[in-house]
Design a protein around this ligand. Structure first.
Ligand SMILES: Nc1ncnc2c1ncn2[C@@H]1O[C@H](COP(=O)(O)OP(=O)(O)OP(=O)(O)O)[C@@H](O)[C@H]1O
Length: 588
């Protein structure tokens, strides 16, 4: 461990729930292979074989292309798809990493405890009223219904209250937001009143920023002199400027792009931000990756060096630890509540993957969803897709199939995003088809199933997307649906218990239903999805280095949407993708 590290074992230790899953649901990997373990050679031995070999590039930073200068919380850019480069950490690995072993059927029913499986295991033994927090905060915490601290809260509170910089890692859905807000509010409550911003929280997405602000409002209930404001892209800048002028709050929650806009365009803002005493980077690894890093560096340049900095995430890859000095003091504490040898995902979440040719993906998706709905009346599903335009297409197809669908991605207006997000938070019996705008931090209670269609951007994004289910110790299900040529990704998650599920038999009524649904979807949506798909996979080094193969695969995708020939793409866009003059691509 590096100097300054503090590896905390929480009082009770994290649970490993050896729950009796139905054997058809999930084969638990008997002995998980850890990073660096020797490669397996035998196929068809167990599920561990089925997840294939993991080869990591020795922790070396994977070069990522810079995001364009745009509101940085937008998770993807269609067609050009430069906003995130799929890192494909297992790249260079043979694609036959997945054995054709016998795999269990994916059981779409919620696993384990019928009650939702709430257990106290994500909580520590320490009650809030046993800690050194103010009576006002304690009252608010009680009103919020929190009695015991979660493990990450217990581990970080005393250290943060001592004024240390903290980099904290804790599994998804275990209360990291309160973990940084509560001690920060404690500090703020001791400061004299001023129009300065004293606590700045930066989040990678708008939904997360709104959610953090909502949690802050809960905790501020009795701190009448403190207030919180949100500044996010997609809303009117002048409106935000007016509201900040009329009611300057001490707490600001922001997405990076909009924050930079205010620094550049809002009179007096850069002065107010000089009052920052605590800076929080929520989803630190996402904010410090190459895409956001430049913006974060610019923002940090405006903030006093004499401050406390808190970085929180469920994933802290080595490269983020290496660059955390961008924001933190040298002697920062690294608090890791994920026990050594434990997985970064929750043991009560069953993780499966399925491998099938692209032309079956819509049918498989429909089949799995139908089954899940039939088996769980309280179903609440998120289907993650690779890009916004692919998300739109998948949502349209599933809506045509009469499923109860909502759609959220960066191409939707902010008001539509907020409306859908609020509705999904409160509802059951709903399927949210989403791009990565919902991947991180968003706290939708009781999500029963998370499906990831196609390659996740990287291992971290896989973990965060999966983390939308199984929150607060509840059970959950995850399914990753890959095409055969995408299976190399499994190498990067081979230390997680991801088991192979057999492809379900698709009966002819499903096939016909999907074909008809695709027939009713506008050609324009398919064209946009094709272009976006091509852009996304073109930004994946493992796939894009063989351009003729990329074009072939894109054609497969186009066929899977029922198109006879792949759509033509504007010349300018092809040029920006570096795909002009690639044989097999048509241009207009
Ligand atoms: N001490 C507590 N007791 C009970 N519930 C809590 C406690 N602290 C936070 N929560 C609730 O737990 C849920 C998850 O919290 P939160 O969204 O902060 O998790 P997270 O660790 O940040 O997740 P992610 O990694 O996905 O961002 C929220 O609904 C929050 O209100």
């Amino acid at each position: 461990m590096a100097a300054g590290d503090l590896l905390l074992r929480t009082q009770s230790g994290l649970p490993v729930l050896a729950r009796a899953f139905p054997s058809c649901l999930c084969l638990r990997v008997p002995a998980r292979r850890r990073r660096g373990a020797p490669p397996l050679t035998a196929a068809k031995v167990d599920v561990a074989d089925a997840v294939g070999r993991r080869v990591r590039s020795g922790g070396a930073a994977v070069p990522k292309r810079r995001r364009s200068r745009r509101d940085a919380e937008e998770e993807e850019e269609e067609g050009l798809a430069f906003s995130r480069v799929v890192t494909g950490r297992g790249r260079g690995v043979r694609e036959e990493g997945v054995a054709e072993g016998e795999a269990p059927e994916f059981d779409a029913a919620k696993s384990g405890d019928e009650s939702g499986g709430v257990d106290g295991s994500y909580l520590s033994d320490t009650r809030f009223d046993q800690c050194a927090i103010s009576p006002l905060s304690l009252k608010a915490v009680k009103d919020a219904g929190y009695e015991r601290m979660t493990q990450v809260q217990e581990a970080t509170l005393p250290v943060i209250l001592q004024g240390e910089d903290v980099l904290a890692k804790a599994k998804t859905g275990t209360g990291k937001t309160v973990a940084f807000l509560l001690p920060a509010i404690e500090l703020l409550s001791t400061l004299p009143r001023s129009p300065s911003i004293n606590l700045l929280v930066i989040c990678p997405t708008r939904e997360l920023a709104n959610q953090v602000a909502a949690e802050a409002r809960k905790l501020l209930k009795y701190h009448r002199s403190l207030g919180v404001q949100v500044v996010i892209g997609g809303t009117k800048l002048p409106q935000e400027q007016r509201s900040m002028q009329s009611n300057p709050c001490q707490i600001l929650v922001a997405t990076p792009g909009r924050l930079k806009d205010h620094l550049e365009n809002t009179p007096g803002f850069s002065n107010r931000i000089k009052g920052v005493k605590v800076l929080v980077l929520d989803e630190a690894d996402r904010l410090l990756d190459m895409g956001f890093r430049r913006d974060i560096e610019k923002i940090i340049a405006f903030i006093p060096k004499e401050r406390q900095t808190l970085l929180f995430s469920a994933t802290v890859p080595e490269e983020v630890r290496q660059i955390s000095h961008v924001a933190m003091k040298r002697g920062y504490k690294f608090i890791n509540t994920v026990k050594e040898g434990d997985e970064e995902t929750h043991s009560q979440v069953s993780q499966m993957y399925m491998v099938a040719p692209l032309d079956l993906h819509f049918s498989i998706l429909y089949n799995v969803l139908k089954k899940h709905i039939a088996e769980d009346a309280d179903y609440k599903v998120i289907v993650f897709c690779t890009t916004a335009m692919v998300t739109k297409l998948v949502a349209e197809v599933l809506s045509q199939l009469k499923l109860n669908i909502r759609e959220i991605h960066s191409r939707k207006s902010q008001s539509a995003r907020t409306k859908v997000s609020d509705e999904f938070r409160k509802s059951k019996g709903l399927i949210l088809v989403s791009s990565d705008v919902s991947a991180r931090g968003v706290d939708y209670p009781d999500v029963t199933l998370v499906i990831q269609v196609g390659l996740p951007a990287d291992r971290e994004q896989y973990i965060h997307r999966l983390g939308r289910t199984g929150r607060k110790g509840k059970d959950g299900l995850g399914l990753l649906l890959l095409a055969p040529w995408e299976t190399y990704f499994l190498n990067s998650v081979q230390d997680l218990s991801v088991s192979q599920a057999v492809v379900p038999t698709i009966d002819s009524s499903i096939q016909t239903g999907v074909k008809d649904a695709l027939g009713r979807v506008e050609t324009k949506s398919k064209e946009s999805a094709y272009q976006a798909w091509l852009g996304y996979y073109n930004s994946n080094k493992a796939i894009s280095r063989d351009k003729s193969r990329l074009v072939r695969l894109a054609e497969e995708f186009s066929q899977s949407m029922g198109l006879a020939i792949p759509p033509a793409i504007p010349k300018l866009i092809l040029r920006k993708m570096g795909l002009n003059n690639v044989p097999g691509l048509r241009s207009v």
